[in-house]
Design a protein around this ligand. Structure first.
Ligand code: ATP
Ligand code: MG
Length: 578
């Protein structure tokens, strides 16, 4: 597997990407009068995922860089799977990412009349014909790239007959799949997409916008260039699989030019052009909308916005900041190489943004009691804790401290190696923000598990600095037992256990679902954690980044989602990282 290396991808970065250079050259040469209009054309048949985010960043980002505009267009030519719910959420997700299409919202469905008209004109010009070959026959006739295909028996039907038949198709006289409209181009072309491609198919399906008005719908290859041309798009960018469709794209644009249908803006006729870039692939997940829908429908996840999903709404709910996603998309760059980006690169972008912006809090996940034997039984005091060392303006808060604290079980070792700088009998450690503490002994339960850790604090080390300047290497976090609050926490992890769940047999990808991708626990936290508002992001020190779930949290009662561990836990564990 190829991993995209951001450091080597400066070529792919905005400034230097081949797409940037393409547009820059057009602007410099005055093509389209220097105007830049791009578009992002999602099909409203699912929720946007991180792959779409890359396309959004490319389309909106480049338009922004050249002072142009980017249209948002619902590419809704396939009624069976499309809905308003999807269309609305797509808009919400793009806004969340931080992009705006202004008044430039379009829908393919609004152009169906025009598309139909263009189809009729092609028929009248002898450039399209109705074909009755079955799917099977159609494939056979089309043939293979190395040999010319075979002409459809109806290829040379006179235009009047085709027109009459096409109108009857539109009137609903024929069943799905019986007839289609094909462009008359070249059955011998080495490009298979040029061999009289289908332009219209019969589909008796209700469209979420046009209802039952239509029972013939345009194919993507026909609809897309028409949409681009009618909107006056100058630079149309899509993923690599459409590269072989480009001659057909240009063919349709040429026909529109002949029909006088290209938009004239600021006195310049706009002829859209298409370029292709490689799609984003990520390890440990799947990105096809069909497979994501399967996960949702089979309830393998809790809906499209499950925090484990690679969807933007899932990432939002997990606590990924939109800035992190944009930074990530920029760092992987735009190229024509097919590659897969490691999930950890996305996580690093998330960590790096959250490190800047998250409030630090103390919380213990696997508690064991620590008793400070030389501290008054009912004593209590408050220490100043820094909210965010990355941002002084976030100030400080008071953290309550008392004789009994919770600390992490893993921070104590019975037989520690020399380099273990945490709790062990005879060793001194810093209790974050509070004091220096030396462990003297432990109390074990009947099974030999540590029940209590005992020791003494240096009474002159309040705040955590040694009075004599002696070095204390380890610092651990803690929570005062009598002040601790209990907060529900959902620990999310990667959705799949293997880097490529589709590698062997794509149909069996569910076998690789990570059974531990969502677990629940309760953390013991300092009291201020209760004030985390829904949607607030915190770093539980030494543990990870967490997000107060916007839906399940209530004011004064947050429920946390783990956004990311503090470090890449998968990099170390080779059994998970095969
Ligand atoms: P899927 O294959 O998941 O159904 P799609 O490509 O059919 O996705 P569209 O709604 O048509 O989904 O995609 C809208 C735009 O996003 C298209 O221009 C498409 O090329 C782009 N896109 C989709 N997936 C990716 C990806 N993984 N990386 C980059 N761009 C993508
Ligand atoms: Mg598509």
């Amino acid at each position: 597997m190829n991993f995209e290396k951001p450091a080597e991808e400066t070529q792919g970065k905005k400034q230097g990407s081949f797409l940037y250079q393409w547009i820059a050259a057009d602007v410099a040469s005055g093509k389209h009068g220097g105007q830049v209009v791009t578009r992002f054309p999602p099909e409203p048949n699912g929720y946007l995922h991180i792959g779409h985010a890359k396309a959004v960043c490319v389309d909106f980002g480049l338009a922004e860089q050249f002072g142009g505009v980017c249209h948002l267009r619902m590419d809704d030519t396939n009624p069976e799977k499309e809905s308003d719910e999807y269309a609305e959420n797509i808009q919400r997700d793009i806004r969340w990412l931080g992009f705006d299409w202004g008044e430039h919202f379009y829908s393919a469905a609004d152009m169906f009349d025009k598309m139909y008209e263009i189809a009729e004109t092609l028929i009248k010009n002898g450039q399209a014909y109705v074909c009755g070959l079955s799917q099977e026959e159609w494939k056979q006739y089309r043939g293979v790239p190395t040999e010319p295909g075979k002409e459809s028996p109806t290829r040379n039907t006179p235009p009047e007959e085709n027109l009459a038949l096409f109108r009857r198709m539109k009137a609903g006289e024929f069943a799905d799949g019986t007839l289609c409209l094909r462009a008359k181009i070249d059955m011998a072309s080495p490009n298979i997409h040029f061999r009289d491609p289908v332009l219209y198919r019969i589909m008796h399906a209700r469209h979420y916008h046009t209802g039952d008005k239509w029972c013939v719908y345009p194919m993507y290859d026909f609809a897309h260039p028409i949409e681009d041309a009618l909107e006056g798009v100058t630079h149309s960018m899509c993923t690599l699989e459409f590269e072989v469709h480009r001659p057909l794209y240009n063919w349709v644009v040429d026909r529109m030019d002949e029909m006088g249908l290209l938009v004239v803006r600021n006195g310049i006729k706009i002829r859209p052009e298409q370029r292709e870039f490689s799609r984003l692939n990520l390890t440990y997940t799947v990105m096809s909308k069909r497979l994501l829908l399967k996960l949702v429908e089979e309830k393998r996840v809790n809906g499209w916005d499950d925090p484990r999903m690679p969807t933007l709404c899932g990432m939002r709910r997990r606590g990924y900041p939109p800035t992190a996603i944009r930074n990530f998309c920029e760092s992987v760059g735009v190229t024509k190489f097919i590659s897969t980006t490691d999930f950890s690169i996305l996580e690093e972008a998330v960590r790096s943004e959250l490190n800047r912006t998250s409030a630090r809090r103390l919380a213990v996940f696997d508690p064991v009691k620590l008793v400070i034997d030389n501290y008054p039984e009912d004593g209590e005091e408050f220490f100043d804790a820094v909210n965010n060392p990355e941002n002084e303006a976030d100030g400080k808060r008071k953290v309550p401290f008392s004789r009994e604290l919770y600390v992490e079980r893993a921070d104590y070792m019975k037989d520690p190696p020399k380099k273990f700088h945490r709790l062990a009998i005879g060793r001194e450690v810093r209790l974050r923000y509070a004091c220096l503490f030396t462990c003297t002994h432990v109390v074990e339960d009947a099974d030999g598990n540590v029940a209590e850790i005992h020791g003494t604090m240096d009474m002159d080390s309040r705040g955590g600095t040694a009075p004599d300047g002696r070095a204390v290497r380890g610092t651990i976090h803690w929570v005062s037992v009598k002040h601790a609050v209990r907060v529900p926490v959902r620990l999310y992890d990667r959705l799949f256990t293997v880097a490529d769940p589709l590698a062997d047999n794509p149909a069996e990808f569910l076998r690789f679902l990570n059974p531990d991708s969502a677990t629940e626990t309760t953390a013991l936290a300092e009291p201020s954690v209760m004030q985390s508002a829904p949607g607030e992001k915190v770093q539980f020190e030494r543990t990870g980044y967490f997000f107060a779930d916007p839906e399940d949290s209530k004011p004064g009662a947050p429920v946390f989602n783990r956004t990311a561990t503090l470090k890449d836990s998968w990099a170390k564990d080779s059994s998970k990282n095969q």
